[in-house]
Design a protein around this ligand. Structure first.
Ligand code: CDP
Length: 232
């Protein structure tokens, strides 16, 4: 039985189910799941809370020196959650206020250098599933399995609207749609590591798959690469 640990990179547009798949997959094969988007969201939260002028490179560099990010396992939720300077900020980073600014901040070169260095460190021992926008292209160009996810825009908007609505009944479909469109535009057109499909990525359009079907498909791709999914 193969025991070789690999890196699984999942990239794609906003809200197409990357983290759902990544979480399911990691727990099934005993890998660590790293949500790279949570890191950009936590940095954004810090900049907003501390009114950092992110148009100023010096201010950005100063602020980054005061930011410590870590993922801590939360047994009650059965997953790792992001901590910003030792505070669990999971529930704050999902707010629309953060979503409105995160792509602007994630486009800053210094911010990316800061986050990517930490992501690469987390992958040193392999055995991880990481999702984001540049994982298969920049962070782990040598990842053994790269998946590029997409889903119909209406489905993505509907899914994200339902998530927001649970905690914010004032949210509108238009607001969510605008945010997803804006982020996809900025993420795809920025100068620094824009969102794009790696040449060796497999495309997964999950518009018409159930969670179980998509997991089954991806487990097969993992097995094709390592010979077995019994890798824990
Ligand atoms: O969950 P959703 O797909 O909406 O987004 P996310 O993965 O939480 O990422 C939030 C934002 O962080 C993205 O819109 C990107 O601007 C940025 N991001 C990035 O630039 N690079 C990554 N590897 C991950 C996220």
């Amino acid at each position: 039985m193969a025991t070789q640990k690999i890196i699984i990179a999942i990239d794609g547009y906003s809200s197409c189910g990357k983290s759902t798949l990544a979480k399911q997959l990691a727990s099934q094969i005993g890998y660590n799941y790293i949500d790279s988007g949570a890191m950009y969201r936590a940095i954004t939260l810090y900049f907003l809370r501390h009114q950092v002028d992110w148009s100023n490179r010096e201010r950005v560099l100063e602020a980054l020196k005061d930011i410590h990010l870590s993922f801590e396992y939360n047994a009650a939720h059965g997953r790792s959650e992001i901590h910003l300077n030792d505070e669990n900020v999971e529930r704050f980073i999902r707010d629309i206020i953060v979503a409105e600014k995160v792509s602007e901040i994630a486009a800053i070169k210094e911010v990316r250098t800061f986050a990517v260095a930490q992501q690469q460190k987390m992958g040193k021992k392999r055995g991880i599933v990481m999702d984001g926008r540049d994982i298969g292209t920049i962070v782990f160009p040598d990842a053994e399995l790269k998946i590029f996810m997409t889903a119909d825009p209406e489905i993505r908007v509907k899914r994200r609207f339902e998530e927001y609505y649970a905690t914010n009944p004032d949210i509108t479909i238009e607001e969510v749609m605008h945010n997803l469109e804006l982020r996809d535009y900025i993420d795809s057109n920025r100068e620094e590591s824009p969102l794009r499909q790696a040449d060796d990525a497999i495309v997964l359009d999950n518009s018409n798959y159930t969670r179980e079907e998509q997991l089954e498909k991806v487990l097969q791709w993992v097995t094709d690469r390592v010979g077995s999914t019994q890798m824990a």
